[in-house]
Design a binder for this molecule. Sequence first.
Ligand code: HGY
Ligand code: MN
Ligand code: MN
Length: 412
Amino acid sequence: ASMNGQLQDWGDMAQMRLSEISACSLPGEGVTRLPFTDEHRQANKIIAGWMQTAGMDITLDAAGTLVGRRQTGGKRGTKTFILGSHQDSVRNGGRYDGIMGVVLACLAVEKAFADGSEPDFAIEVHAYADEEGVRFPTALLGPRALAGSAEIAVLDLADENGITLRSALDAFGGDASAVPELARQPEGIIGYLEAHIEQGPVLENEDMPVGVVTSICGIERNRITINGKTGHAGTVPMRGRRDALVVASQIISELTARAEALDELRATFGTLALSPGAVNQIPETVILSLEIRSPSDADRQAFSNMARSFVEATATASDCSAEMEQNYRQPAQGCNAGYIDKLQNACRVHQGRSRLLASGATHDASAMAALCPMAMLFVRCRGGVSHVPEEYASAADMGVAIGVMAQFLNSL
Ligand code: HGY
Ligand code: MN
Ligand code: MN
């Protein structure tokens, strides 16, 4: 078959594998596969088969990452290049987010060395347990453990049933007490490459199968608590009310308008809780989340500072009080310039042109950046939709991605 015909075969294999593993899910629309669950266990069995076919030995590491390792004796044998992504999904998500990066990594390794050649360094493929942070209020334990940046306190965070990350991880076959020992020596790691569905419309708008990522946005998450005064909805006059929900609505609309004026910054009020929560009582307390993302940490910080003082001033103006406390942060991460060039060259070979784009979503690669040079390859996403059952990437595009990744590996 022609080169591209051959890539189509690799893409068809990827599509078939993703269809098979999508069954490792809770019942319902789309894919729901949370970390350290039966669905995760079933998925790891299938992933282990992909890794074995790619000539790898398989271990489950202490943080619950499934690690496939292909060791060769070459002169750089002691150095390792890592590929991978996350196996978990959001609730009722798609078949591609995360797991596609694992299957493309396994097939790219197979393709890169299908001619019997062997790299002079070791190769690992990782299937990280938890990137989405849906089950536990934390994420990225696997790659952060490898980078030596895991916060051990997160092990005591619990899911909605009160099960701690520590007990779920140990019951799954990990070893929470050994997580700190997972840190890799940076000098032993060559770098990291992650393929991921774009989750946006850019590649589709430009009719391109794959694109090369320049940087991954930074993120912070805040909890805003607003305290007012409840009262009878019928007897308390409108003027002079201390209505926490009215203050929240002013904060949401004004900060959203200010974020809209900044083209690369994203501000999202994703959750809201209020009390007492009765139709005939004035809301007294509102707790809402504010997530801020930007490719520039300085811009994100400036917006965050402005938001904090705006929140306090808006509450005071209605004789309420409010505080905004940050409870999550990860810095923006640039992709390695040398790897970007290698990926661009491979894109020109396999799709005749190349496109750079920033990532507004975060990825395991953002944590791996603390350990080694990293790069990402995006695959065209139909309709730009992700985190929904309709999420889709074509076999042809995944074939191009495998060709690009195999050429990248051979260029190291
Ligand atoms: O939130 C994110 O960007 C990723 O999809 N977890
Ligand atoms: Mn996701
Ligand atoms: Mn993802």
